[in-house]
Design a protein around this ligand. Structure first.
Ligand code: GLN
Length: 549
C-alpha cells in the first residue's frame, strides 16, 4: 500500500516547495523506493496551458501531452518518474469533473458540496496519481492561509486520518528570516504558519525551514517547542548555489531516515553517488561559454526554467561553465544585432505571439552568417526556416501564418492551411479555441543517417515532446533543400518535419520539439551537450585569435 507525504508551504510563496519535494523524492528513490509525485494547484484554470509565463512561469509538458505546472519539471529532473495527466490537478479541473458528474446525475439528487464532493474528488485524484508507487509525494501549491487552498488542505487532512500515521505524513515548508536591523533570526512567522495549519486540523510531522543561514540550535529548539514537532524533525534548508545539492543537504539531516522510521520501513542506505557526480562537475569545469537566449521574457528566468536547467545540464556533461545572457528580442529590432556580438552561441526558444518576432529572425540571420552555433527550439526552428526562406530562397515575404496570415509564402502554417492544393488561402476566423488544440507530448521522430542529429543522439528513433500548432509547410521542401537546408528528422509517419540543419554551418539545428523537457542533470541531453561543445570550439578559436602571437 502506498504511503503518502503531503508537503504544504507557509509564510511566503516561492520557498522552493517543488525542489524540496523533488529532492526528498530523489533520496527516497536512492533508498530503493518507487516514488510518485503529484502537484495540486489551487487556481481555477483547468490547466496552466493558457497561463502567461509572465504570471506562472513556464508550462511544463509531460510525455502524455499534459500541460502542467513547472514543478513537474523539477520532479522529472530529480526522480526517475514519468509524470503525466494524473500528476497535476488544479481546482478548476477538480470542479470540472465534479460538475460533469453532477450534470450526468451521478449524485442522485444530492446537494453537491465542497465537503464531501470536492474533497472526495481530490482524494480520488491523489490515489489515481499515486498508482502503484511505494511513496507518493503530494505538494500543495500556494501558502497555508489562502482561501483557495482550503479544499485541498481539508482533503489531505482527511487522508491523514483515514490512512493513519503509518501511511501518511505531513511536511511543512516555512521561512525563518534573518532580520539584519536587529541581527536576529526570527521564528515567529513559522510559529504562526504552523498555528494556521493546526487550526485546520493538520499537525506537521516535519518542518523544513528555509533561510539564508543555518538554523542555530536555540532557534531549532524554540520552533520544535512551539510547533509540537520533534527537534530532529526541524530541518534547516539554507540557500545553496546549486539546487542539485539539496538531496545531499536534506539527507545529511536525516530527513529520509525520519520518514522511513515513521513509516516503519527497513531500507538500504541512500546511494546518492550520482548526485555527487552532478554537484562536483561544477568544480571540474575547465572552460566557459556565453549563450545568448533571445526571447521575450527576459526578466523572468522561471519562464524558461527547463531551458536554463538543460543548459546547466549540458555544462555538467561537457564540463563547461555556461553563462546565459538574456537578450530581449524587441531590443534587437530597435538597437540592432550588435547586441549579439561576443556570444559563443545563440538560442531562440519556443514562444507564442507576434512580439519581438523580427528580432528573433535577425538573431537567426546573424548566427547563420557569422557561423555562430544556433539552436532553435519550436518557434526558434520555425523562425530559422522563415529566415532561410527569406534570405536564401529569396522568398522575401515568407512567414508563419501565425504572424502574417496573408503571407504569399506560408512556409510555416497550420496543416489545414498548407495542405490546401493552391496554398493561397489561409484565412482564419481568429476565434479558434486556444485550449486543447495543440500537438502535444511525446512523439516519435526518425533521424536521417549522416546527420548532425543522428550523430548526437546515436540512434535512429527518438521520442521528444511537442507543444505547438504550426508546422513546416512541406510544399517548400525543395525550395529550401536546394539552398542547403537539410531535413534530418521526420515524424515517424514521415509527414511532418521535426529537425532541420545547415550542414555547411559549424552547428545550426532547429527542432520542432522541446528537448529541454527531457534533459536531466544525471543524463543531460544530446542536443544541448552538442550545442555547448560547438560553442566551446567557437570560443576557443576566438580566444586563440585574440591571444598575442
Ligand atoms: N507558436 C508556435 C506554434 O504554435 C510555436 C510554439 C512553441 O514554440 N512552443 O506552433
Amino acid at each position: 500500500m502506498t504511503r503518502f507525504i503531503f508537503v504544504t508551504g507557509g509564510v511566503v510563496s516561492s520557498l522552493g516547495k517543488g525542489i524540496a519535494s523533488a529532492s526528498l523524492g530523489a533520496i527516497l528513490e536512492a533508498r530503493g523506493l518507487k516514488v510518485a509525485m503529484i502537484k495540486l494547484d489551487p487556481y481555477i484554470n483547468v490547466d496552466p496551458g493558457t497561463m502567461s509565463p509572465f504570471q506562472h512561469g513556464e508550462v511544463f509538458v509531460t510525455e502524455d501531452g499534459t500541460e502542467t505546472d513547472l514543478d513537474l519539471g523539477h520532479y522529472e529532473r530529480f526522480v526517475h518518474t514519468t509524470t503525466g495527466r494524473h500528476s497535476n490537478y488544479t481546482t478548476g479541473r477538480i470542479y470540472e469533473t465534479v460538475i460533469q458528474k453532477e450534470r450526468r446525475g451521478d449524485y442522485l439528487g444530492g446537494t453537491v458540496q465542497v465537503i464531501p464532493h470536492i474533497t472526495d474528488e481530490i482524494k480520488r485524484s491523489i490515489h489515481a496519481g499515486a498508482g502503484d508507487a511505494d511513496i507518493c509525494l503530494v505538494e500543495i501549491g500556494g501558502t497555508v492561509g489562502d482561501i483557495e487552498s482550503l479544499p485541498f488542505l481539508e482533503a489531505i487532512r482527511q487522508m491523514g486520518t483515514e490512512l493513519g500515521s503509518g501511511h501518511a505524513l505531513f511536511i511543512h515548508l516555512t521561512l525563518v528570516p534573518f532580520i539584519s536591523a536587529s541581527g536576529e533570526i526570527k521564528t515567529k512567522p513559522t510559529q504562526h504558519s504552523v498555528k494556521e495549519l493546526r487550526s485546520i486540523g493538520i499537525q506537521p510531522d516535519i518542518l523544513i525551514c528555509r533561510g539564508d543561514r543555518p538554523l542555530p540550535p536555540e532557534e531549532r529548539r524554540k520552533i520544535a517547542l512551539f510547533t509540537n514537532v520533534s527537534e530532529r524533525a526541524v530541518i534547516s534548508a539554507v540557500d545553496v548555489e546549486d539546487i542539485y545539492q539539496i538531496p545531499e543537504l536534506l539527507h545529511r539531516q536525516a530527513l529520509d531516515q525520519i520518514v522511513s522510521e515513521r513509516f516503519g520501513l527497513e531500507l538500504p542506505p541512500a546511494d546518492l553517488s550520482d548526485w555527487r557526480v552532478v554537484v562536483e562537475a561544477r568544480h571540474r569545469q575547465d572552460g566557459e561559454v556565453t549563450v545568448g537566449l533571445v526571447g521575450k521574457y527576459v526578466d523572468l528566468s522561471d519562464a524558461y526554467l527547463s531551458l536554463n536547467e538543460a543548459l546547466k545540464h549540458a555544462g555538467i556533461h561537457t564540463l563547461t561553465r555556461v553563462v546565459v545572457r538574456y537578450i530581449d528580442s524587441e531590443r534587437l529590432e530597435t538597437d540592432g544585432v550588435s547586441l549579439l556580438e561576443g556570444l559563443d552561441a545563440i538560442l531562440v526558444p519556443g514562444g507564442f505571439g507576434r512580439r519581438g518576432i523580427e528580432g528573433k529572425i535577425a538573431a537567426v540571420q546573424y548566427a547563420r552568417e557569422q557561423g555562430v552555433p544556433y539552436l532553435g527550439i519550436c518557434l526558434g526552428m520555425q523562425l530559422a526556416v522563415v529566415e532561410l526562406a527569406r534570405h536564401l530562397a529569396k522568398l522575401g515575404e515568407a512567414h508563419s501564418t501565425e504572424f502574417d496570415p496573408a503571407t504569399p509564402d506560408p512556409i510555416i502554417a497550420l496543416i489545414t492551411e498548407w495542405q490546401q492544393a493552391d496554398g493561397s488561402v489561409h484565412q482564419r476566423s481568429g476565434r479558434e479555441d486556444l485550449g486543447g488544440t495543440m500537438r502535444l507530448g511525446g512523439q516519435p521522430c526518425r533521424l536521417m543517417s549522416d546527420s548532425l542529429a543522428h550523430a548526437l543522439y546515436g540512434r535512429e528513433l527518438i521520442i521528444e515532446r511537442h507543444r505547438h500548432r504550426y508546422e513546416f509547410n512541406n510544399r517548400y521542401r525543395a525550395a529550401l533543400e536546394s539552398q542547403g537546408m537539410r531535413i534530418s528528422g521526420w515524424s515517424a509517419d514521415g509527414r511532418l518535419v521535426e529537425i532541420i540543419e545547415l550542414p555547411d554551418h559549424p552547428w545550426f539545428l532547429g527542432c520542432q520539439f522541446h528537448p529541454e523537457f527531457t534533459s536531466t542533470p544525471r543524463d543531460g541531453h544530446p542536443l544541448f551537450s552538442g550545442f555547448i561543445r560547438a560553442a566551446r570550439l567557437v570560443r576557443e578559436r576566438r580566444d586563440q585569435q585574440a591571444a598575442p602571437a
